[in-house]
Design a protein around this ligand. Structure first.
Ligand code: KG4
Ligand code: ZN
Length: 337
């Protein structure tokens, strides 16, 4: 089966063609980062309009790169939620229109299920069950995964997501949006031992996160510090260290609680190299295994949507053309395969 995947939940238009026998045939991505940079965050109306401009040429390119024509596509997967309603509507409308015109089934995919299954695109894919740490710009969750659609939410952020905390702290440090990757780069020049950020919610039991306090702590630290580049790098280092430490503590706890030894880390923040090496160290110490998506599949992309959609379409699931998008959609409410 060959599926066209469409991702438009936020500020990236991602299109891919995935074939269950031959794997990923093509993927294209257009990031709107520059469009939103001046505003310091995503402007929903601008995002929707830009998806409208980019989506059809990108679909044409993805088909061409995959050496496929419309006649080769046997299903269409689009991101149905969660995300920005206007942005979701662009992908859903185009996906459903093509499905109608080409007379193929369509499936609305949960964006976080896409992230969670992204490591399956890699050669060494994890086997079920596993614990997944999902850390993106909109969500931070720990999930027990027993199969596709079999998700038990173990914990989540009660305020800011991890990526959001990175972006907000980066902004305080004077970095452009989205600041996560820029803050990580600045932290490489930083030195430990100068600042000590708290590890929120680690002193009590439970698997929920809270990251908004770190941003406030960063604001106060920056206010009281000098303006030297090295000082900023040291602050970035201490902030990143605190986020990673907190995530490590919660992952260790989740693995202990579930008795599992396999960990998947996905979502935009899973691209962070310091987080990856700290998690690898953790899993080595407990003789477990950790899995990540490839670097280009950590942040939003069409490949993860095509992959997740294909699994569901193959199992006979479809989303009727009359169904609309779901901007708020709990991950643990999905239908199991
Ligand atoms: O998954 P994603 O592309 O979009 C959402 O679904 O939210 O995640 C984007 C988030 C942003 O907050 C971005 O700053 C963060 O992931 N991010 C990073 C890194 N790369 C992306 N955060 C820390 N370090 C990175 N290397
Ligand atoms: Zn995402």
């Amino acid at each position: 089966m060959r599926v066209l995947g469409i991702e438009t939940s936020c500020d990236e238009t991602g299109i891919a063609v995935y074939d269950d026998e031959r794997g990923l045939l093509s993927h294209t991505l257009y990031s709107q980062v520059k469009l939103h940079a001046d505003y310091g965050g995503v402007v929903p109306e601008l995002a929707s309009r830009d998806h409208v401009r980019k989506i059809v040429p990108l679909i044409q390119k993805a088909l061409q790169d995959a050496n496929s024509s419309a006649a080769d596509i046997e299903g269409i997967a689009y991101t149905r939620g969660p995300g920005l309603v206007g942005a979701l509507l662009v992908g859903a409308s185009v996906g459903r229109s093509l499905a109608y015109a080409w007379n193929v089934p369509t499936i609305g995919v949960h964006h976080m299920e896409g992230h969670l299954l992204a490591p399956m695109l890699e050669e060494s894919a994890p086997a079920f069950p596993f614990v997944a740490l999902l850390v993106s710009g909109g969500h931070s969750m720990l999930v027990r995964v027993d199969g596709i659609g079999r998700y038990e939410l173990l914990g989540e952020s009660i305020d800011d997501a991890a990526g959001e905390a990175f972006d907000k702290t980066a902004k305080l440090l004077g970095l452009d949006y989205p600041g996560g990757p820029l803050l990580a780069k600045l932290a490489e020049q930083g030195e430990g031992g100068h600042y000590s950020f708290p590890r929120p919610m680690t002193d009590r039991p439970g698997l929920d996160f809270s990251f908004s306090g770190l941003k406030t702590f960063a604001a106060n630290t920056i206010r009281d510090a000098d303006d030297a580049p090295q000082t900023k790098a040291n602050i970035a280092f201490a902030f990143q260290e605190a986020v990673i430490d907190t995530l490590i503590i919660k992952c260790r706890r989740a693995l202990k609680q579930t008795g599992l030894k396999r960990l998947v880390i996905a979502g935009g923040v899973s691209a962070n190299t310091s987080l990856r090496s700290a998690m690898t160290e953790l899993m080595d110490s407990i003789k477990g295994e950790v899995f990540y998506p490839g670097l280009s599949f950590c942040t939003d992309n069409g490949a993860m949507i095509a992959y997740a959609g294909l699994q569901r379409l193959k199992a006979g699931q479809t989303t009727p053309l009359s169904e609309s998008v779901v901007p708020r959609w709990p991950l643990d409410s999905l239908t199991p395969l």
